[in-house]
Design a protein around this ligand. Sequence first.
Ligand code: SF4
Length: 428
Amino acid sequence: MKYHLKTLGCAKNTVDSWRMESALRSSGHIPSFNRQDADLLLVNTCGFIDDASEESLDAIRDLDSSRTGDQQLWVAGCLTQIATDRVKREIPGVDNTFGAEEWDLIALELGPSQETYDIPDATMPGASVSAYLKVSDGCDRPCTFCIIPKIKGAMKSGDGQRLLSEAKMHAYAGAKELVLIAQDTTAFGEDTSNKDGLADFLEELSETVPEVPWIRLMYAYPGKVTPKLAETMSRLPNIVPYVDMPLQHGSDATLRRMKRPSLRKANQSLELLTKAMPEIALRTTFIVGFPDETESEFLELLEFIKEWKFDHIGAFSYSPQDGTPAFEYGGSVDSEVVADRYSRLMTLAQDISSSRTKDLVGKRVDVLIESEEPGENTEGDLFSIGRSFRDAPEVDGMAFVKGVFQPGDIVPTIVKGSLPYDLLCYPA
Ligand code: SF4
């Protein structure tokens, strides 16, 4: 059978789709990039926030409206985990639904393929210069604004050997960067009472794939960076000095209402990381307009940002999620106030990012090339596009390197100029 898979949502869902595809391929089914040629239309949905749910529903509707009579439409993932009835009610044509993590069940229900196909290669679906490695799923944290623990359930660390095999497959397929993701990567091992589970895993991973020069850590939890983790990251040659730690706010009062770790814990983790790796690039995200957020709490957040001068900041305006404790809170902040705070925060974030990239001018940085084809500037110079260790795929900035290079090349460069988020580089 040929399937056409549409994936919505975050990088964690992309990894889930790879797993779904691995199970389908093991049963002899093959992907079809063209939806018209497929026997099965499959959607891996996201239900994290209202906008994401709407986007998933639109994608299902779109496939439903254009399908031919004998094409099946199956829907899986976070949205069907929490709102199967809604999906079926709004799009009655859906033939089958699965929750999050039921990847093997999808392949099981389809059974082995009745046809034999020529499969062009045995590489991991989605293999590229940069690959995601999802080290655990689910979450036990109590954040009052988040629906994920309800969708995904308790945190389960991935099987270490399976993760190492996945990493080797990515390396074999040419990945030069592995990006570790999870709802909370620093929780890895907590379900087996190993508070240094992530540090131990990084040690093994680094040894298993020495040919992957960049291993990157996303989604660390404040207060959960151990001294051993910081030391391990600083010592291993292929762990890049980069951490994404969503901090959500910079005022203890707001953090308490969010049931998030205190500023003391956040500062402790940031200090451990910056002491071990002075050159570290830090990424974080904040929510503005959480219920009852006062102007003085918001100003504390701005001060916190100025103190740490984060390289990359993502911000979200608070959006209440049905089913979360915060949904029941009163005290919603006026939408104009939220918009104003969002814009003030992003202006500050951009100023800081600009000065961080400016500081790099004249310095040497390695750039991992991602572009297939070179671009051309107004002077007719050809340039290739990639990223330095400071930038994670999809969310951070880019580096434009003069010259023509291949995807996967790591080019030593000198930074010649900077934009708020991006670098202009010449080969060294
Ligand atoms: S740690 Fe992240 S995924 Fe877990 S409850 Fe908090 S916000 Fe949600």
